[in-house]
Design a protein around this ligand. Structure first.
Ligand code: FAD
Length: 348
């Protein structure tokens, strides 16, 4: 396995910002992953695991240690108890796996079509969209445990999946390198058409849409919002949604809605666990003065999605952080809610 030096990281991310990695390796097997870890340990270097770079803001100084880009490939399929299990290498492109699942007429990930990034990145923030999340189909995650160097298979419960979180980005952050993910899908299953945009798309259809037409619809809807990486569309130079939808306790939600009502506004929200409400972060951003197409020098808000901060060209990580801080402050001032960013900040 080759270890390179001073490798620019910006081209390996969707935001296209950030400095270089002091060292860079692309292990293609679990044993190469262990080798790369040994390289970092023997030189006392901090380690960062890179997937598809679609949920990152990398600092302008870059990463002072080793960046390990997981490049383990492979999609194996087996039948078990009426389910189809797919064992997929962490380095596979997520959307290529979704396409494969649909070709095999398996349901469970069709609404997650078009999400950029790697398979190994999906358990980290329990990737979700359009009424589906990977927590529903992940059967297990094969990992290298950096605590003791052992390979460990974690069952879904052990991964602690919740909205945009898992143990991998909370309690056990930095402990595991994901090598492979096993998804359990439903052969011949029906697509999930629950999300409003999808229902609208298929309104008037006589028959249940196929998995293929659901995938196509999701990709089309995503493209309209610049949530599908489309060459030449500068609104895609982002990390997707920049802020998580805040989950509010009943009392906090009441305060927000009465504040909004006093201004003649209605806050979009959805039920969440334990009588909580999930509130639209996009709405909060828009009603704090940052509408679609907002521009601040080299950064701004996507013209197609109020929740995506975009690099308008030649932006730095510092520019992105400055806009993030500005938005957080305004939303907090106006609505009393602190928005939490979704991307991972690396090397700050
Ligand atoms: C246009 C656009 C649209 C998006 N839409 C959605 C969406 O609809 N829903 C959604 O949930 N997300 C969305 N995202 C965010 C992003 O695509 C997902 O979070 C994706 O799963 C990140 O995977 P990645 O491989 O790119 O990870 P990276 O961005 O490379 O890394 C993200 C985090 O995961 C860790 N990581 C990555 N691979 C591994 C591994 N093998 N082992 C251990 N840790 C690892 C990294 O260390 C880092 O902490 C969108 C992003 C963009 C740019």
């Amino acid at each position: 396995m080759n270890v390179l030096e001073n490798v620019p990281l910006a081209p390996l991310t969707t935001f296209k910002v950030g400095g270089p990695a002091r060292y860079f390796a692309e292990p293609k097997s679990p044993s190469e992953v262990s080798e790369a870890v040994q390289f970092a340990r023997s030189r006392n270097l901090p380690l960062f695991v890179l997937g598809g770079g679609s949920n990152l803001v990398i600092s302008d100084a870059g990463w002072p240690g080793l960046v390990l880009k997981t490049s383990i490939s492979g999609m194996d399929e087996r039948n078990e108890n009426g389910r189809v299990l797919f064992d997929v290498g962490a380095g596979e492109e997520w959307d290529r796996f979704v396409a494969r699942a649909i070709t095999r007429n398996c349901a469970g990930v069709e609404c997650l079509s078009g999400i950029p990034g790697s398979v190994g990145g999906t358990p980290v923030q329990n990737v979700g969209a359009y009424g589906q999340e990977v927590a529903e189909t992940i059967a297990s995650v094969l990992t290298l445990d950096l605590r003791d160097g052992q390979i460990r298979e974690l069952c879904a419960e052990a991964c602690g999946f919740h909205y945009r979180t898992s143990i991998f980005n909370t309690s056990e952050r930095g402990r595991f390198i994901i090598l492979r993910v096993t998804y359990s899908l439903t052969p011949g299953g029906k697509p999930r058409i629950e999300y409003a945009d999808l229902k609208k798309h298929f309104a008037g259809f006589q028959q249940t849409p196929s998995l293929t037409s659901t995938r196509e619809a999701v990709r089309r809807i995503r493209a309209r919002k610049a949530m599908l990486i489309t060459p030449g569309d500068e609104d895609c130079r982002s990390a997707g949604s920049f802020f998580k939808n805040p989950v509010l306790a009943a009392k906090q939600y009441e305060e927000l809605t009465s504040q909004a009502k006093a201004k003649g506004l209605q806050v979009p929200s959805y039920p969440a666990l334990d009588s909580q409400r999930k509130v639209s972060a996009a709405w909060l951003v828009e009603y704090s003065g940052f509408s679609k197409g907002y521009r601040s020098g080299r950064v701004g808000i996507s013209r197609k999605h109020a929740l995506a901060i975009v690099n308008r060209g030649e932006a730095t990580a510092a520019d992105i952080l400055a806009l993030k801080d500005h938005i957080q402050q305004r939303v907090e001032q106006l609505w009393g809610i602190r928005l939490e960013p979704e991307p991972v900040f690396v090397g700050f």
